[in-house]
Design a protein. Structure first.
Length: 276
């Protein structure tokens, strides 16, 4: 596990780097419930199964185990990759990241460490409603930090600043095409819509907003039709990573070109443009 070392910290947001985690201890493995993929030799999940990921995801998980001094451990994993049959049996959504080996449900000391440090290894916490705070996805990249709020804004102006990511269809109705949003509208992953963090819903829910990438100045307009915890609660944002918005995948691609980077730093302002 010492063969994979985290890259040096960078001041920019992580982007997917092909092959970044292609080297490491991961070996191919299979299991009736977790399917065929890659695991780390000797590791077992809470049910004694080999945790199965993509090759890069497994090597990045091994790097977290090593770097955390054992705080990240496979025995905290309740679910990694799933076969289609297993995914259906547990009520997993169609297209779940668990089917591709790019997700895990993990708890204990592991989730706290990953929440703080996981982005350096391409693993991101996705606190969608119903996840109980333990759903983590491998989106590649690395070299960044989940505590990106400490980085200074690169542009001036009003509005609310914070972290943005995107819906990934993690579970329940959240991020699933046709699922109901907080406003009662059906979710369309390709529409220009977003969810706002609970503590901001009174100001933004049901409103149109301008979302600005703080690193490039690029802007898109979206309608906020949903809400979510995003690591915080109904009164406040997460203390170290103020994630304020989840964009639809279509809106995230419109702002960043793709969903590979996983996260970004944004400013949102109310869109007061008069509409006919």
């Amino acid at each position: 596990m010492n063969a994979v070392m985290p890259p040096a910290a960078a001041a920019t947001m992580p982007t997917r780097i092909p092959g970044q985690w292609s080297n490491g201890p991961a070996v191919q493995a299979s299991n009736a419930e977790t399917g065929n993929g890659w695991t780390v030799p000797g590791l077992k999940d809470e049910k004694g199964r080999p945790p199965i990921f993509t090759q890069e995801g497994a090597n990045a998980f091994a790097a977290m185990v090593s770097a955390s001094g054992g705080q990240v451990k496979a025995t905290d994993i309740a679910s990694s990759q799933r076969t289609p049959g297993k995914n259906a049996a547990v009520g997993g959504v169609e297209g779940s990241q668990h089917l591709s080996g790019n997700a895990m449900d993990i708890h204990g000391t592991s989730i706290a460490w990953i929440r703080k440090n996981g982005a350096k290894y391409g693993w991101y916490v996705n606190d969608y409603p119903g996840s109980h705070g333990g759903h983590v996805e491998f989106r590649g990249g690395g070299g960044g930090s989940q505590q990106i709020a400490s980085l200074p804004a690169t542009r001036k102006g009003g509005g609310m600043t914070g972290v943005v990511t995107f819906y990934s269809g993690g579970g329940g109705q959240d991020g699933v095409a046709g699922g109901l949003t907080a406003t009662g509208e059906k979710f369309d992953p390709n529409a220009m819509t977003a969810a706002i963090q609970w503590s901001l819903r009174d100001k933004y829910l049901g409103k149109n907003v301008v979302v600005e990438d703080l690193d490039t100045g690029k802007k898109v307009k979206v309608k906020i039709n949903d809400v979510g915890p995003m690591g915080g609660d109904e009164k406040s944002l997460h203390p170290t990573e103020p994630r304020i918005m989840d964009l639809s995948q279509g809106a995230f691609r419109a702002l960043y070109g793709s969903t590979d980077r996983g996260k970004g730093r944004i400013r949102i302002t109310l869109d007061n443009t008069r509409r006919s």
